[in-house]
Design a protein around this ligand. Structure first.
Ligand code: DCT
Ligand code: MG
Length: 363
């Protein structure tokens, strides 16, 4: 391939073009292409430093392969490099793709695999998914979504609305009064955790932690009288009878997820709110409260601190990492006991954000 002779202004423009191409390829995740465009722009910049009038470019130069050479030719013939426009368009398309996948993943119960499948099938908005549910229900066709996902779609807008703090306080009081009236002898504590306990003025959902007296023994069977799943079922039953629980999303052994109504009157009375209930025995109280209060980032950090000390921390307790032996030993009665055991000064819920534990992790 013959040498290409370039003017200084042409060379400067080409350097900028290759820099932009490198950036675009980096954004698109095409690392090797990004590196090769970066090399080409570096080589051209070095040329401008060493020569002053005439610039000869050939494939003999480091970083100028056949493909880069052809782009320089294209630039000289047409005044631009078509790959730049193509890469810009790809990035824009990718942006759309990501925002659609994100909105699908925002539907309760829809994960990234399902979201991608829906996209590949041709769906581009949550509205289209909501219409699909209606159509399938009308025609009796095979259902694309599980019943929980359908609830997620039905309450899509509601679930994306934050819940004012006062509404959560009111719901908490109602639930506590109801449950105390019916099964007051069972519960030891009924707390609100999550962002509410961290002092936020509004929350994405209502996180209730119910702690029960696990030491009460059923004399006829000589085993604990109350079990998580029994309590959960009873509590949800009561809340449904009272018109607080509207829909069930998922009922596990320790955790319930559903939709509730927090207001009887006012402008928010028809909004369905996400409700999570975690039921745990007394001996796990401190661990569950710490976990369920979060934040998510705080939990990640405190678990990392425990790991550095050879322990694994979870919502159920603390164990030795190697022997898996339970280290609870009935001495963890409050969150402060856990902080003390890890050598971390107590951090009140309002300060449990992502950054607060970093000094302990670095040291
Ligand atoms: N949690 C966690 N890991 C997860 C999910 C939750 O450690 N994968 C913990 C941290 C917060 C707590 O459970 C409650 O979870 P969310 O309700 O999802 O979070 P939040 O902080 O209460 O935020 P939001 O206001 O959005 O509900
Ligand atoms: Mg929450």
């Amino acid at each position: 391939m013959t040498d290409i002779e370039l003017e200084k202004t042409q060379l400067d423009t080409l350097i900028k073009h290759f820099e932009e191409l490198s950036l675009l390829k980096k954004q698109a995740g095409e690392t090797w292409r990004a590196i090769s465009y970066e090399k080409a722009s570096r080589t051209l910049r070095e040329l401008t430093e060493n020569e002053h009038r005439k610039f000869n470019v050939s494939t003999d130069l480091k970083g100028i392969g056949k493909s880069i050479y052809q782009k320089i030719e294209e630039f000289l013939q047409k005044g631009n490099i078509s790959e730049i426009k193509k890469s810009r368009d790809d990035i824009l398309l990718n942006k759309d793709y990501l925002s659609i996948i994100n909105s699908f993943c925002n539907v309760w119960g829809v994960g990234s695999v399902k979201a991608k499948k829906l996209y590949t099938t041709g769906y581009r908005s949550v509205d289209e998914l909501q219409e699909l549910v209606l159509k399938e229900e009308k025609t009796g066709e095979k259902q694309t979504f599980t019943s929980a996902q359908k609830i997620g779609l039905r309450y899509y807008d509601d679930f994306n609305k934050r819940i004012p703090r006062a509404e959560i306080t009111r719901t908490w009081n109602r639930i506590r009064d109801l449950w105390t009236l019916k099964h007051g002898n069972i519960i030891a504590r009924l707390d609100i955790c999550g962002s509410y306990r961290r002092g936020l003025s509004n929350s994405g959902d209502i996180d209730i932690l119910l702690c029960y007296h696990s030491t009460v023994v059923d004399s006829s069977e000589n085993k604990p009288k109350y079990r998580n799943d029994w309590i959960l079922t009873k509590l949800v039953e009561t809340l449904r009878e009272e018109g607080i629980v509207l829909e069930d999303l998922c009922l596990g052994k320790h955790k319930y997820m559903g939709v509730c109504k927090t207001s009887k009157h006012g402008k928010n009375k028809d909004i369905g709110r996400r409700l999570d209930i975690l039921v745990i025995p007394q001996e796990e109280y401190a661990f569950a409260k710490l976990h369920f209060t979060g934040s998510w980032e705080f939990n990640r950090c405190i678990r990392q601190i425990a790991l550095h000390q050879g322990k694994t921390l979870s919502e159920h307790g603390i164990k030795a990492k190697d022997t898996k032996l339970n280290l609870n030993n009935n001495v963890y009665n409050s969150e402060k006991d856990i902080f003390d055991a890890l050598g971390v000064s107590y951090i009140p819920p309002e300060l449990r954000n992502d950054k607060v534990l970093l000094p302990y992790i670095k040291s």
